[in-house]
Design a protein around this ligand. Structure first.
Ligand code: GUN
Length: 286
């Protein structure tokens, strides 16, 4: 079997078009949605990510501010900047790019973001809301994965989903979202003794480890949906995911490519969350 591709670029284009229309409508009412992106230090990957986030905002007609600071910025200075953005009425979403330099406590900084502006969905209030099924911002990457399943018309009810990885950013919220969508969910991780035992039973596999070839063809049930969250490089510098794409695409029913799969969806859902935040601010303003 040759898997069908789930095109993250095509879905992103559609969803970003919808955001642009909503942004234009809100701007016409005098409220332009705004995102602040804060980058501390000179991590090269982070620099690319934040540039892409700001560019995506501009293309969708959102206001964006990029605040770049030297790696020597103190934790207190960063907390003060976050507080200023919390108070800024032109900003509806605040994103502090991770990782932060080692002398800054990332948890403390994330908890300083006002939950109503936490468009990354990393605040404990957002994580808690997701856990108990209350309204809150969903982390962008797992939210994007759910949108991809919706896009292909996949009904998750009663299906077995295996999530590989247990990070706060992807694995854990992904499991919660799948559970909320009535899937039976197994979370596997680095201490799981026989990963293939679980993935072979899966109707949906989400690979979010950050290591090449975590999932190979022999580990996949024919026809399964495979979502590859990984972002790695081959020896010759080519971008690749966690999944052995060449092999797995011969067995799976659906698969996301890298690049052009989950990656663009992460930024798209950031725009969606920022838009949602601005609309809530407009509703509160009356
Ligand atoms: N670092 C890698 N991915 C992300 C993300 O989605 N948000 C933030 N804030 N930092 C990241």
């Amino acid at each position: 079997m040759t898997a069908q591709l789930i095109d993250g670029n095509a879905l992103s284009k559609k969803l970003r078009g919808e955001v642009a229309a909503r942004a234009a409508a809100l701007t016409a009412k005098g409220l332009k949605p705004g995102l602040a992106v804060v980058l501390v230090g000179d991590n090269p990957a982070s620099q690319v990510y934040v540039r892409n986030k700001v560019k995506a905002c501009e293309e969708a007609g959102l206001h964006s501010v990029l605040e770049k600071y030297d790696a020597s910025l103190t934790e207190a200075e960063l907390l003060a900047r976050v507080e200023a953005l919390n108070q800024d009425p032109s900003i509806h979403g605040i994103l502090v790019q991770l990782p932060l330099p080692a002398h800054i406590d990332a948890h403390k900084v994330i908890e300083a973001i006002a939950p109503e502006k936490d468009v990354d969905g990393f605040h404990v209030a957002s994580a808690g809301a997701l856990m108990v099924g209350q309204e809150g911002f969903k982390p962008c990457t797992p939210y994007g994965c759910m949108k991809m399943l919706e896009f292909i018309g996949y009904d998750t009810r009663g299906k077995h989903a295996v999530v590989i990885g247990r990070s706060n950013i992807v694995g854990k919220p992904m499991a919660m979202l799948l559970l909320q969508a009535n899937a039976t969910v197994t979370v596997c991780h680095s201490a799981t003794p026989d990963l293939a035992h679980f993935t072979r039973q899966a109707d949906i596999v989400v690979a979010a480890v950050g290591k090449r070839n975590v999932l190979t063809a022999d580990m996949v049930k024919p026809g399964a949906v495979v979502l590859d969250v990984g972002m790695n490089r081959t020896e010759d510098g080519k971008l690749c995911g966690d999944v052995d794409f060449a092999g797995v695409s011969q067995v799976a029913g659906w698969i996301t490519p890298v690049p052009g799969g989950v990656g663009p969806m992460t930024i798209t859902m950031l725009l969606v969350n920022t838009m949602e935040s601005a609309e809530r601010a407009a509703a509160a303003r009356g």
